[in-house]
Ligand binder design. Structure first.
Ligand SMILES: [Zn+2]
Length: 257
């Protein structure tokens, strides 16, 4: 090894030590020193070690801090990516989920999230935005689950979701099974299944299983709770009304607006 090579290595080692020293010093920073005020800093702060300047990520992570904001944006993006990745969520909602407009359905979902009830029935005529309301609920719940960890990327964990039509739920055995156990279930368009006693029995069984284990469930339907009771029986009606919130999303056809 030549003298130059040895010198280079020493310098490299020293630099490595100085960088870890810089991060150590940064750990003691308790208040954001304005890591975003200077465009060149962009979420970093300057630390001096042995007369040399080092740029390290701001360790403070408040929402006022540039690096904190960056992490928050990353989390929001990860929520949207997750919702978009769930099969069954109509892709026509993907764009609108970024900044959803307020409708009866989304306001209902906001109330439901506050209520801590396990069931939510979004009913109303075609095009009133009830399915979008369910997708919006997914986004908001995911966000709620991640928010406590927004500054700790590695701890992010999304909620597990099954989104299905009642037709698939009653016809595909795997979906029927999963619908009973999934931590969060969305039955989109209840009433669109075949009108057989077997299909009605399967719906009733899924609702009961979810009721018994307090599992989060959103149902969208053209039918209100009374009509659902008439179709699937008194037990289903009681389960939904007892542990759930019922939102009439209205008669307005938002698709035509
Ligand atoms: Zn900062």
């Amino acid at each position: 090894m030549s003298v130059q090579e040895v010198l280079l290595q020493t310098d490299f080692l020293q630099r490595g030590q100085q960088i870890s020293k810089a991060y150590e010093i940064a750990e003691d920073v308790k208040e954001c020193l304005g890591c975003g005020y200077d465009e060149n800093l962009d979420g970093r702060i300057v630390v001096s070690v042995d007369g040399k300047k080092y740029y390290v990520k701001c360790p403070v992570m408040t929402q006022q801090c540039r690096y904190g904001q960056y992490m928050l944006e990353l989390m929001e993006k990860s929520v949207l990516d997750h919702v978009r990745s769930i099969s069954g969520v109509p892709s026509r909602f993907h764009q609108a989920l970024e900044s959803p407009r307020t409708t009866s359905a989304t306001s209902g979902v906001d109330m439901w999230l506050e209520s801590k009830k396990n069931f939510l029935l979004l009913h109303g005529s075609h095009g009133c935005g009830k399915s979008f309301g369910a997708a919006y609920a997914l986004k908001m719940l995911d966000r709620k689950a991640l928010m406590p960890y927004w500054d700790k990327k590695l701890l992010w964990q999304h909620i597990r979701v099954l989104w299905t039509s009642s037709y698939l739920l009653t016809n595909v055995d795997d979906v029927f099974r999963e619908a009973q156990f999934s931590p969060f279930l969305i039955i989109d368009d209840l009433g669109s299944e075949e009108s057989t006693s077997r299909a009605r029995g399967r719906i009733s069984e899924v609702i009961s299983a979810r009721y018994d284990h307090c599992r989060l469930t959103i149902i969208t339907s053209n039918d209100d709770a009374v009509k659902i009771g008439e179709t699937y029986g008194r037990r289903v009606y009681t389960r939904i009304t007892e542990s759930g919130m019922i939102i009439n999303c209205g008669e307005r056809n938002l698709r035509l607006e």
